[in-house]
Ligand binder design. Structure first.
Ligand code: GDP
Ligand code: ADP
Length: 202
């Protein structure tokens, strides 16, 4: 049996990293996959912990070698999840990836719980991106551009959580993950009705 998988997606600056950091402290046995990227490290980011920082050549070599479960271009840089990250021994694996990557994982792992984190508004998203202070003006502009497209994809997701008050969003996220680990749908529906394709497997 594959390790249960949760995909967390949503626009840059919405609070995915903040929520996942809190989940780490609350869910024993959680493994947050380390993604590979060609984006340069931000101050304080550590190779192998925050990301595997790869040159464009090395990233491309690994794509060709079939080492990625999914990969995408986001705001001018490449990002991807290595297959090896999905094979880590854990009770639960969490991916923080963009919408394009989430679609690829949907094909590869239809059993994964897919959660879209939405901002209360685009203005608030912009405010959070600026408050974080991690990106320059050009990156903020590109991220807001991408965000508009991403927000229009929210209906594809089994669960949408609006991150207005952090505590509320965190509780809701914990609740849907708990339901998945207990074998039911995101809102507690019984597994039989949520995933009929699994009935025949006993
Ligand atoms: N498809 C894909 N997207 C990723 C991956 N890792 C990170 N991302 C997404 O890339 C976008 C930019 O990430 P990053 O530069 O770290 O900025 P931040 O998420 O706003 O802090 C975010 O939407 C991430 O969710 C990955 O492995 N695959
Ligand atoms: N519910 C919230 N209310 C206000 N600010 C928030 C909330 N959640 C996250 N933030 C802040 O927004 C900024 C972006 O959050 P971050 O977790 O880095 O987003 P992401 O990982 O989705 O890009 C950070 O400065 C974070 O502290």
């Amino acid at each position: 049996m594959a390790t249960p998988l949760v995909v967390i997606t949503g626009p840059s600056g919405v609070g995915k990293g903040t929520l996942i950091k809190a989940l780490r402290e609350r869910i024993p046995g959680i493994h947050v996959a380390v993604s590979a990227t060609t984006r340069p490290p931000r101050p304080g980011e550590v190779d192998g912990r925050d990301y595997f920082f790869l040159s464009p050549e090395e990233f491309e070599r690994r794509v060709r070698a079939g080492e990625f479960a999914e990969h995408a271009v986001y705001a001018g840089h490449r990002y991807g999840t290595l297959l090896s990250e999905l094979e880590r021994p854990a009770r639960l694996i969490v991916l923080e990836i963009d919408v394009q990557g989430a679609r690829q994982i949907r094909q590869l792992r239809p059993d994964a719980l897919q959660v879209f984190i939405a901002p209360p508004s685009l203005d608030e998203l912009e405010r959070r991106l600026r408050a974080r202070g991690a990106d320059d003006e050009e990156q903020i502009r590109r991220r807001l551009e991408v965000a508009k497209r991403e927000l229009s994809a929210r209906d594809e997701f089994a669960k949408v959580i609006v991150n207005e008050r952090l505590d509320d969003a965190l509780s809701e996220l914990e609740r849907v993950i708990g339901n998945m680990l207990a074998g039911s749908g995101p809102d507690g529906e019984r597994a039989e009705t949520h995933r009929p394709e699994q009935q025949s497997q006993g």
